[in-house]
Structure formats: C-alpha cells, structure tokens
Ligand binder design. Sequence first.
Ligand code: UDP
Ligand code: MG
Length: 137
Amino acid sequence: MQRTFSIIKPDAVKRNLIGHINQIIENSELKILASKKMYLTKNQAEIFYQVHKQRPFFNSLVNYMTSGPLQVQVLEGMDAVAKYRKIMGATNPVEAEEGTIRKLYAESIEANSVHGSDSEENANIEISFFFAGSELV
Ligand code: UDP
Ligand code: MG
C-alpha cells in the first residue's frame, strides 16, 4: 500500500467536476483517505511549486492555482503514486491518453484539472503540507 497527494485544480472545481474525477479515482481502486476544499494563498502556491520557480510559466501558474477553490486529497492503494499519475494522463492534455482525467477534462497545459505527486518522497512532503496525520482515515 502507498499514499499519494492529489489536487482537483480550480478549473475542474469551477466546472463541478469533483465527483466525476473522484469516480475515476475510486474506479481505479484508489481510496480517498482525506479530502477538503480550500483556497491556496499565493505563499502556499509558491512553496508548493517552488521546484518550478525559474520556469517561464511560474507566475501564471501561481495566479491560476490561487484563482479559485481547489480540492486537496490523499489517496491510498497499490502503487498509488504511479497508478494515479497514469489515470491523470500527460501534463499537456493534447498528449494525454484516451480515458485519462486530463484528456477528458483539462482545458490547457496550465488548467489541466489535476495534480498528482511524482514520487513517494514528494507525496509524503505534499501530504504533510496540507493534512495532519489524524485526518487520514
Ligand atoms: N505547467 C504549465 N506550463 C507548462 C508546464 C506545466 O502551466 O509548460 C503547469 C501545469 O499546471 C502543471 C504544473 O505546471 O500541472 C506542474 O508542472 P509539472 O511539469 O510538474 O507537471 P505535472 O507533474 O503536473 O504533470
Ligand atoms: Mg509535477
């Protein structure tokens, strides 16, 4: 069993897609241990995406991620990190496989509907950034 961190991003929350996306997550045998709707502050968004701070899209990404409420979640299952990355699809929806969340729902390479951790180490860092251990049930 492994855990990963998921965000349903502002574009998807705005379009009422939380349930649709969570249906895909649950159909792939990932369990939602914790889920809450929140706004990211500019500071939180900058810390969360600090690995990208030198990239040309960084300021636009921070603005987008603070543009509306999002849903932060912890998922658990077999190979959760890789499994969730697979059902998310490629970062650029144009390149995402059929049936993936981003192929189905993403609006653009930036407003691409979901985030998922890229390693178990980053999953643990991202989970503890948003959730207390007692919230994971
Ligand atoms: N992003 C963007 N332009 C790009 C690449 C990425 O706006 O050219 C955004 C997009 O929202 C993406 C996030 O930055 O999900 C983080 O990028 P990363 O390369 O880590 O992609 P991910 O891990 O989300 O697939
Ligand atoms: Mg990433």
